[in-house]
Design a protein around this ligand. Structure first.
Ligand SMILES: [Fe+2]
Length: 197
């Protein structure tokens, strides 16, 4: 069984990525997916080792979903090259499925809860980072959920972030978009130091 060590996943992300903002994106998505892993583990009644492994799976998926992006940015290669590399090293198929499914052009659809969580956190983590960076403090602590909703409606703000992916993500998780925003915001606020936000 693969040991699913988040420290190893983070080292791999850093080894393949020079861009500090892409590393931070991986860390931001990871803290959001990790928080959904913890909720789901609790819902499933997992405890001890089993719960820890389950949460680590969610964190590793967040850390590694874009780890090949800098070296292989084209839709022909990302995330396929990275997934092949991880598969050779024995990372679990459920994580690889989620990484494939986060790319809407991959032909792999989000199915499992992990798939849906990764898809839902990817776009939103980027948007929340953008919301923090326009604050005078540049701090995620100063971002409020209501302000995020307002910025979602402002088409000129963070144009590259697809609003429909943010709402679809919440839908996939069976949550109102407000709750999804609140969950990810609080996860990122807890990890503000690590995210440099
Ligand atoms: Fe991403």
């Amino acid at each position: 069984m693969h040991d699913l060590n988040p420290a190893v996943a983070e080292a791999l992300l850093r080894e393949w990525t020079a861009s500090e903002s892409l590393i931070k994106h991986g860390l931001a998505v990871a803290c959001c997916t990790e928080s959904y892993g913890a909720r789901e583990a609790q819902r499933l009644g997992l405890t001890g080792e089993e719960a820890a492994r389950f949460v680590a799976l969610y964190r590793c998926a967040g850390l590694l979903h874009d780890f090949d992006y800098e070296r292989h940015p084209t839709p022909a290669e990302h995330p396929f090259v990275g997934v092949a590399y991880l598969r050779e090293r024995g990372w679990p198929e459920e994580m690889l499925h989620a990484i494939l499914a986060h790319a809407d052009y991959s032909g792999v659809k989000p199915e499992s809860h992990l798939d849906r969580a990764l898809f839902a956190c990817d776009e939103l983590a980027g948007f929340l980072t953008a919301c923090a960076l326009v604050k005078p403090s540049r701090a995620i602590a100063d971002v409020e959920a209501a302000g995020v909703r307002k910025k979602m409606k402002d088409k000129a703000f963070a144009r590259a972030v697809k609003r429909e992916d943010m709402t679809l993500g919440a839908e996939l998780l069976g949550l109102p978009v407000e709750d999804h925003i609140a969950n990810c915001l609080s996860a990122m606020q807890h990890h503000a130091a690590e995210l440099g936000l």
